[in-house]
Design a protein. Structure first.
Length: 119
């Protein structure tokens, strides 16, 4: 996957999360968890974009580490909404699957950056 493809994929993911959140019931539970989900999901792409302006390889890797943490946090909030909310599973599951895939892609990139994986 190229840098541009990853950038587009995380951007599209953020847009899908925003649209998903906009359709949630207007209850405190959804508002509170939704706010956390919004922050973590949009942070994935923001950190990848920030990595492009990194001043060193270490700085670049650090931004990817933050992106991975945000992706993992996003998975948590999506699972919480899926399991504790009264939502149809098919509304959450595609987002969760994309968050899982993004985590794997970012994690593999980090391993490559650290020289722990050969491609």
């Amino acid at each position: 996957m190229t840098k541009e493809e990853l950038n587009k994929r995380v951007y599209v993911f953020s847009v899908k999360v925003i649209r998903f959140l906009d359709k949630l019931p207007k209850k405190k539970l959804y508002w509170t968890v939704g706010d956390q989900l919004l922050r973590s999901a949009t942070s994935i792409g923001a950190n990848i974009i920030e990595a492009q302006a990194a001043s060193s390889r270490k700085d670049f890797t650090n931004f990817y580490n933050h992106s991975l943490k945000s992706a993992n946090e996003t998975k948590y909030w999506l699972c919480l909404l899926r399991d504790a909310g009264n939502l149809e599973i098919n509304t959450v599951e595609p987002l969760l699957q994309e968050a899982i895939e993004l985590s794997k892609i970012i994690g593999a990139s980090i391993l490559t950056l650290k020289g722990k994986r050969n491609i």
